[in-house]
Design a protein around this ligand. Structure first.
Ligand SMILES: C[S@@+](CC[C@H](N)C(=O)[O-])C[C@H]1O[C@@H](n2cnc3c(N)ncnc32)[C@H](O)[C@@H]1O
Ligand SMILES: Nc1nc2[nH]cc(C(=O)O)c2c(=O)[nH]1
Ligand code: SF4
Ligand SMILES: [Mg+2]
Length: 227
């Protein structure tokens, strides 16, 4: 009898410094899942949107990428743990991102990673049910009125350990305020993240953070030119 093992479609697996939110500065292993239907016009990882069966490659090809691409590989939990060991990664914090990682059940992966001594964090748009371990740190970056037509789930807003909102215009700030009111979020830390390092967006984020006692998240890795 064939035993079914949980597999994940992975675009990239790499070690770097977490550049966003509360864990900024923390050495982290990033697992970037393939696939996202949300359709943010300014998304910085558009190469993860489609799951094209023609672009499935062997894990060594995916791991050997030297630039962004829409190639992906299917890895089991065991293969993910094995890769972390063989790559010699030292970080003890793992960030599950994408694409939209919450399209799939991440709980078995989180639990296996925690069992192996890692802490987990997920980066999600809040438009899919969040299936992670109880201890997983959840970063919700809510996506309002995007092309895909997805709604923010109340369950996602209330599970969030932090809310990290990309902003470029006053409208983005208003949308966030409406969302916080609608879902009665009062104590969760809120970060504003300027979209694509645009000076106007950064200025707006600084001003709005000061006005509302929110925090600033500036995608440190982009300023450093690292992954
Ligand atoms: C690429 S997304 C992947 C995870 C998930 N789909 C989400 O949106 O949270 C990772 C983070 O990058 C943020 N992001 C994407 N494009 C950005 C951009 N151009 N400027 C600033 N932040 C961006 C997202 O809001 C999210 O917080
Ligand atoms: N260094 C680094 N930090 C990050 N934090 C969130 C990221 C993401 O793409 O989800 C990201 C990323 O792509 N690189
Ligand atoms: S939800 Fe995340 S991955 Fe999907 S388009 Fe928006 S920023 Fe990009
Ligand atoms: Mg990124």
């Amino acid at each position: 009898m064939k035993v079914k093992t949980t597999c994940y479609k992975i675009n990239e697996l790499f070690e770097t410094i977490q550049g966003e939110g509360s864990f900024t500065g923390q050495p982290s292993i990033f697992i970037r899942l393939q696939g996202c239907p949300v359709g943010c016009s300014w998304c910085d990882t558009k190469h993860t949107w489609e799951i094209d069966p023609q672009l499935q490659v062997a894990s060594d090809v995916m791991l050997g990428k030297t630039q962004e691409s829409d190639y992906w590989s299917e890895l089991s939990i065991e293969q993910i743990l094995e890769t972390i060991t063989t790559e010699g990664y030292q970080a003890k914090h793992i960030v599950l991102t994408g694409g939209e990682p919450c399209m799939v059940d991440l709980k078995p992966l989180c639990e296996a990673l925690e069992q192996a001594g890692f802490s987990c964090q997920v980066e999600t748009s809040g438009t899919f049910e969040i299936r992670v371990s109880d201890n997983c740190w959840v970063t919700v970056s809510p996506k309002v009125n995007m092309r895909g037509g997805y709604e923010i789930l109340t369950s996602a807003m209330s599970r969030a350990n932090e809310i990290k909102h990309p902003v470029a215009t006053e409208q983005h700030v208003d949308e966030l305020k409406a969302l916080l009111a609608e879902h009665q979020i009062t104590t969760t830390p809120v970060y504003l993240q300027p979209i694509s390092q645009k000076p106007r967006a950064t200025e707006l984020a600084i001003k709005t953070c000061i006005e509302n006692n929110w925090r600033l998240s500036v995608q440190v890795h982009k300023y450093l030119g690292i992954e």
